[in-house]
Write a protein that binds this ligand. Structure first.
Ligand SMILES: [Zn+2]
Length: 89
């Protein structure tokens, strides 16, 4: 379990996507991986709308790179994990 761990300000574990496969460059999971999702929520905490815009652009790019049928829809993968509602505390 990694619950409760806080992310340090390291630049070597950026969890950036590797294209065109859209796997995580750091942990190898499908991007956005769990650590990246947590980080994005933290980074965009004050501006959730911008996070949706950002993920939407990633989704559009991934849709170009990846074959059309790969399990769960890309929309679920990139955007479906976002918490619902205007505020999560
Ligand atoms: Zn990762």
């Amino acid at each position: 379990m990694t619950g409760g761990a806080e992310f340090s300000a390291s630049t070597t574990d950026d969890h950036a996507p590797l294209t065109p496969g859209w796997s995580c460059a750091t942990c190898g999971a499908e991007w956005p991986c769990a650590p990246k999702r947590a980080r994005l929520l933290e980074e965009y905490r004050a501006d959730r709308a911008m996070l949706s815009v950002y993920l939407g652009s990633c989704l559009a790019a991934a849709a170009e790179d990846l074959p059309p049928s790969r399990g769960p829809s890309l929309q679920d993968r990139f955007i479906g994990w976002l918490p619902r509602g205007p505020r999560v505390s």
